[in-house]
Design a protein around this ligand. Structure first.
Ligand code: PLP
Length: 375
């Protein structure tokens, strides 16, 4: 099978072998502890900061919930800035820990707008935190967190950013963007199997976690347990050796390449192929370089296409949330960025559209192969 979904992404055979080979006892093996702490430092390096990073054992949703349960206390007002599925979803985690979500909805077809936020905050900025998403994976939109987070800081509001499908694919400068909590996951651009949450945290946010009025109401969704053991030989619980070795090698590989340009090039080429074919992309601007969301004609559903693609040996993603039924998504991130794999995917899609009597103005495969971003 070719995995071109919007996550989990392809994990190269080489990485899988490395993960299995380095299986060990994470509580006793000193070498493991060194690798684990090195991996945390590499996460910080990837987001261009000296701020602390740590890894939690659990799929990235754990990070979203744990950020809320670790930072928010009963009655805290939290601004939920949303233009998509994941942005909206923060509401539920905030409510679970007794916070009061205040929803700021923006245009779902574009990136978050700094001026609208500024206008809003001028009237009401009584928030301890704001939540937002870097890449809205369901809609294929990359939000300008480099504009939004500094503005939030100007108003004294801390930012909690879901960067699950952008970390390792898109440029992130944790310090310059003035981010307070950045949440990443292993199974998107980092191309490690699902099961790890990556957290990077500012000193301000750390001190809030450590100086709460009330204890955090969870052991597992708890940043404090990790922050207190930071740099030591201990972890709050037994870690997963294979996943950490996979993450370690993945981060080293990524940091050795110009990963931002590579994602940009493939992103542009895939988008161009769909545009030339006459199909419409869902976003009107702020296109993500890690995932492309394509609107389907009315007479066909996402599941029909995805199921037929599976029969042809290729995984792509269907629509999610308000785009369910109406869109398909190609994940061009991490180990999915293989020219041949993308060509195989587009070839299969060309065939499926033909079978379903959807006439394209131009073959997806040909447009992808012809397009050169350098001209
Ligand atoms: C993948 C992803 C998550 C994790 O959620 P899943 O249920 O594994 O999809 C969280 N946020 C974003 C933006 C994601 O892309």
């Amino acid at each position: 099978m070719i995995v071109m979904s919007a996550g989990p992404t392809t994990v190269s055979r080489e990485k899988l072998n490395y993960m299995i080979k380095n299986s060990t006892n994470t509580d006793i093996d000193k070498n493991y502890i060194t690798i684990h702490r090195e991996t945390e430092a590499l996460i910080s390096k990837l987001v261009n900061t000296n701020a602390k990073s740590f890894v939690m054992l659990g799929e990235a949703i754990l990070g979203l919930e744990a950020a809320c349960s670790s930072l928010i206390e009963e009655g805290d007002r939290v601004l939920v800035i949303h233009n998509g599925f994941f942005g909206y979803g923060f509401k539920y985690f905030i409510e679970m820990c007794g916070g009061i979500p205040v929803m700021l909805e923006m245009d779902y077809t574009k990136g978050l707008n700094k001026d609208i936020l500024d206008g809003y905050l001028k009237k009401d900025s009584d928030f301890k935190f704001a939540t937002l998403v870097h890449c809205e994976t369901p809609s294929g939109i990359m939000n300008p967190i480099d504009e939004i987070c500094p503005l939030l800081q100007d108003y004294g509001v801390l930012s909690i950013v879901d960067a699950v499908s952008s970390i390792g694919g898109e440029f992130i400068d944790f310090d310059k963007f003035k981010i307070d909590v950045l949440i990443g996951g292993s199974q998107k651009c980092l191309s490690v199997p699902s099961g790890l949450t990556l957290i990077t945290i500012s000193e301000t946010a750390e001190s809030i976690v450590l100086n709460r009025k009330t204890p955090i109401k969870s052991y597992y969704c708890n940043f404090k347990n990790h922050l207190e053991k930071s740099g030591s030989r201990e972890f709050p619980y037994t870690m997963n050796d294979s996943l950490i070795y996979g993450l370690n090698i993945s981060l080293k590989n990524i940091l050795d390449t110009d990963y931002v340009s590579i994602h940009k090039e493939f992103g542009e080429r895939v988008r161009n192929a769909f545009i030339k074919s006459g199909l419409k992309l869902y976003p009107k601007s702020h296109f993500s370089n890690t995932v492309t969301t394509v609107l389907l004609p009315d007479n066909i559903t996402d599941v029909e296409i995805v199921d037929r693609m599976v029969q042809k040996g290729v995984f792509i993603s269907p629509g999610v949330g308000h785009l369910e039924g109406k869109t398909i998504r190609i994940g061009h991130m991490g180990d999915n960025l293989d020219e041949n794999m993308i060509i195989e995917t587009l070839k299969a899609l060309d065939e499926v559209f033909l079978e379903k009597n959807i006439v394209l103005e131009c073959s997806l495969t040909e447009s992808f192969m012809k397009y050169n971003v350098f001209f």
